[in-house]
Each structure stands twice: as structure tokens, then as C-alpha cells.
Design a protein around this ligand. Structure first.
Ligand code: IMP
Length: 227
């Protein structure tokens, strides 16, 4: 994980595609999405095709940096499953079609810290017993979204305790939040405003994972699926 840095070009590239605070998203009727969510969304924030194109470039950056190494990809469930699957797929394609190749093993860890659209202090790590395989390995943690960064900080401390050789983090989304822990992924897909987003495996109380685009949930959607 990189520490925050000033206004230079490298740091800007590190932020990925920066979505400004006043970005309203696209009208829902310009895209297809499951009819059961028709009342529950405000806008399409990042269309599925754009996510795919950005993921392809992240795969190339990872390949450029880590190619010819062996890595263990550590997928952070549940929200990271789609991004991880698509990222691994694109790295596989590059491994077949370039002079470099990346031997990948894939492992999973499950974290839970959110209730409704609020972060809770209670971070649960589930399925951590298998992480001894990370000892001495090059680890690529793949996470869907970094909000305050506290989840990632806790996870990094946990993963470091298994003494890997190297840790890199790929995050599809990083939120611009005032209370950021300052830890940023090494590979960032998009920097987004401080809004609650769903879709592409990101959930609100387990709903909306079955939505391809990253969308903004509506107030009625929040009420409908509140626990
Ligand atoms: P952090 O510890 O504040 O960085 O929160 C990270 C975790 O919160 C992620 O792994 C997600 O599970 C969840 N999360 C944060 N923001 C969102 C969001 O906008 N949509 C869905 N889940 C989110």
C-alpha cells in the first residue's frame, strides 16, 4: 500500500480514473439492468463496459510490475469476487499473449464490517486459518472498495503476520473521504466521491450483487432493503 503523496503525475496516475464530486451518473433508461431493481437505483455511476476496460489496463500494469514472479492472489470476499475474477481472467490472457507470464494461485478471505450503508467498528475476518500458505509468497490482495481504509489496514496487519515476501493491493474503487486512513492501494481503478454505491458484487445488505453496473442506490432502495 502506498502512503498518500502530493500533486504530481505519478500520484495522479495512482488515483486511477478520478470521478468528480458533481458527476451525476447516467440515466438508468440508457442501460439494461434487472427489472427487480427498477425502483431502487438513482443512476448508473460506472457502466460495466468501463469497469472491464479499466480492469484490462490494471491487469497490464500488474503484469508489467510483477510479470515472471509467482503470486498468490488473495480475493477479499464477498464484494471483491467479481473484480478479482475479471482481473485474474485478464492477467491470464496477457500471460498467454506476451513474453512475460505470471503464475497465479488464488485464495480467499471473507471480511464483514458494514451494516446498511454504515461502517461498523466490528470487523470480522472469516476463513483466515488457511493464510499460512502466504508465508514467503508474493501476495496481491484484491479488494472491490476502499472507503476509510480501516478494513484494508486491519487486513494488511493480519496478512503481514503470515510473513509474505511482498504485498501489493489492487482496489477497484477508492472513495474520497475526509476520514481516510491514508492507505491507498498500489493499483486503483477509480477514485469516486463519498457516495454509497452498489453492483458489480458490491452489496447493500446482500442485495445488488446481481447487477453488472456500479450504481447509486436510491432512498427508496435503502428503505426497502434496510435491516
Ligand atoms: P472501510 O473499512 O471504511 O475502508 O470499508 C471498506 C468496506 O466497506 C468494503 O470492503 C465494503 O465491504 C464496504 N463498503 C464501503 N463503502 C461501500 C459502498 O459504497 N458500497 C458497498 N460496500 C461498501
Amino acid at each position: 500500500m502506498a502512503e498518500p503523496s502530493g500533486n504530481n503525475k505519478a500520484a495522479d496516475r495512482g488515483r486511477g480514473i478520478v470521478i468528480p464530486d458533481d458527476w451525476p451518473g447516467y440515466r438508468l433508461d440508457l442501460f439494461t439492468y434487472p427489472a427487480h431493481y427498477s425502483e431502487d437505483l438513482d443512476s448508473v455511476y460506472i457502466p460495466h463496459g468501463v469497469i472491464m476496460d479499466r480492469t484490462e489496463r490494471l491487469a497490464r500494469n500488474i503484469m508489467d510490475d510483477l510479470g515472471d514472479h509467482d503470486i498468490v492472489v488473495l480475493c477479499v470476499l464477498k464484494g471483491g469476487y467479481q473484480f478479482c475474477a475479471d482481473l485474474v481472467e485478464r492477467i491470464k490472457v496477457l500471460s498467454c499473449n506476451s513474453s512475460k507470464s505470471l503464475l497465479m494461485r488464488v485464495d480467499f478471505i471473507r471480511l464483514k464490517s458494514y451494516l446498511n450503508d454504515q461502517s461498523t467498528q466490528d470487523l470480522q475476518i472469516i476463513g483466515a486459518e488457511s493464510l499460512s500458505v502466504l508465508s514467503g509468497k508474493n501476495v496481491l490482495i484484491v479488494e472491490a472498495i476502499v472507503d476509510t481504509g480501516l478494513t484494508m489496514k486491519t487486513l494488511l496487519t493480519h496478512v503481514r503476520s503470515f510473513r509474505p515476501n511482498m504485498i501489493r493491493v489492487a482496489g477497484l474503487l477508492v472513495k474520497r473521504v475526509p476520514n481516510s486512513s491514508g492507505c491507498l492501494p498500489d493499483y486503483v481503478g477509480f477514485e469516486i466521491p463519498n457516495r454509497f454505491v452498489v453492483g458489480y458484487a458490491l452489496d447493500y445488505n446482500e442485495y445488488f450483487r446481481d447487477l453488472n453496473h456500479i450504481c447509486v442506490i436510491s432512498e427508496s432502495g435503502k428503505q426497502k432493503y434496510k435491516v
